[in-house]
Design a protein around this ligand. Structure first.
Ligand SMILES: Nc1ncnc2c1ncn2[C@@H]1O[C@H](COP(=O)(O)OP(=O)(O)O)[C@@H](O)[C@H]1O
Ligand SMILES: [Mg+2]
Length: 376
């Protein structure tokens, strides 16, 4: 039977819908949603790190709800044994002097995996895990390596691995092409939603078939690069090197495919400098200081809209939290500042995130005025 593969624009529309469905439940997780979908399109593993309770599990679970195929999820602890991840050892096999694992329903048979608290894995698990993630192969005991179907592994952790951690852990950390830390909800409006919305679980109606995902990966890989985007990436790498940040060659090359996937996700026909925003989550090795520096360099050279939005939103929150609405001059100053931010937003190339941010800023402005009227 021949399966119909949707054309590029139709698939992009599918992803755009999934993106908005995820964003409708999750508060202030737009960037992370984009990262998840980019990982899914590029089929590159993703790691999210934050203190507990920042919706890592909610996001990653919701993402995997939209995909077909077999799934495997586990919360790792230092007591988790290899059998729980790779499958139990066959008793029948042992009777016949063979060491063989029964992998039904376990990681070696999964198309998609979610490893929660991934760095808690014991060293008995780490080596095999590395092979599965990196080479996508597994030795079930028959003596020969077999290919695993794994397309994407998403993982979460409450902390980055310690700088002095064992080599295996560092190797595992490096297997995640995309890595991001999450912050708790920042805005007042977001906090209100968190407190008073009963349900945060996104309602996902989009279902991506394996053929859709394969097509998306191919379309993304075929997206051309504009000359300015190529130049921007090269300049970014040079400037990072000057700052002492030199991600390995493999990571640099992976950034190319990731930017293509991100551009595809944003409905683009070619990679533009603004799509290099996503490389901020690829082009570093040390999580302690490098991510911020990389983000600054990329923002300076490629000037992506997403990064400008984050910066402006941060300013909005600073204005709101430092304004006493009972004091008229303060409110007037804050309103002027928000108006100015809205003007800056209006000058950005419009997309759904810009529109949402503008609506948010205007709503804050309206509420600010109302509150100050009430205070009089
Ligand atoms: N940004 C957010 N958006 C929506 N819900 C959130 C958010 N942050 C926390 N929550 C709520 O807190 C719960 C705990 O999140 P969870 O996914 O278990 O966090 P984590 O895996 O990061 O520890 C979620 O199920 C949700 O109800
Ligand atoms: Mg969790």
């Amino acid at each position: 039977m021949k399966t119909l593969v949707p054309d590029c624009a139709a698939l992009q529309a599918h992803f755009a819908l999934l993106r908005s469905e995820l964003a409708s439940g999750l508060i202030e997780r737009d960037e992370e949603i984009d990262l998840c979908l980019t990982a899914l399109i590029a089929q590159e593993h993703l790691l999210l790190v934050s203190p507990p309770g920042c919706a890592k599990s909610l996001l990653l679970d919701s993402l995997l709800k939209a995909t077909g195929g077999s799934k495997f999820s586990i919360l790792l602890t230092k007591f988790t044994v290899p059998e729980e991840v790779f499958g139990p050892i066959s008793i029948q096999g042992l009777k016949e002097d063979r060491f063989q694992r029964i992998t039904n329903g376990k990681l070696p048979e999964a198309d998609f995996a979610f490893l929660d608290e991934v760095f808690k894995a014991s060293s008995a698990i780490l080596n095999t895990l590395l092979k599965i993630l990196n080479e996508r192969t597994f030795d079930a005991g028959e003596g020969s390596l077999r290919k695993v179907p794994l397309k994407l592994c998403v993982a979460a952790s409450n902390e980055w691995p310690a700088p002095e951690s064992a080599q295996e852990l560092a190797a595992l950390f490096d297997r995640f092409t995309l890595r991001k830390s999450l912050s708790p909800i920042r805005s007042q409006a977001g906090r209100k939603k968190l407190l008073w919305n009963r349900e945060h679980t996104p309602k996902v109606s989009v279902h991506l078939k394996p053929t859709d995902l394969e097509a998306a990966r191919r379309y993304a890989r075929e997206l051309p690069w504009s000359v300015s985007a190529q130049e921007a990436l090269e300049t970014i790498l040079k400037d990072l090197a000057k700052e002492g940040i030199q991600p390995g060659d493999r990571r640099q090359f992976k950034a190319v495919g990731i930017a293509q996937a991100y551009a595809f996700l944003h409905g683009a026909e070619q990679v533009e400098p603004e799509h290099l925003e996503v490389a901020a989550h690829v082009l570093w090795d040390d999580p302690r200081e490098q991510p911020q520096k990389v983000a600054q360099v990329i923002a300076r050279i490629a000037n992506p809209i997403g990064m400008r939005l984050n910066q402006l939103l941060l300013e909005v929150e600073q204005v709101l939290s430092s304004t006493d609405v009972r004091k008229l001059p303060e409110t007037a100053k804050a309103a002027a500042k928000l108006g100015e931010i809205d003007k800056q937003l209006s000058e950005l190339k419009s997309n759904d995130r810009v529109t949402r941010t503008r609506n948010y800023v205007r709503e804050q402005l309206r509420q600010l005025k109302l509150a100050s009227l009430e205070a009089i």
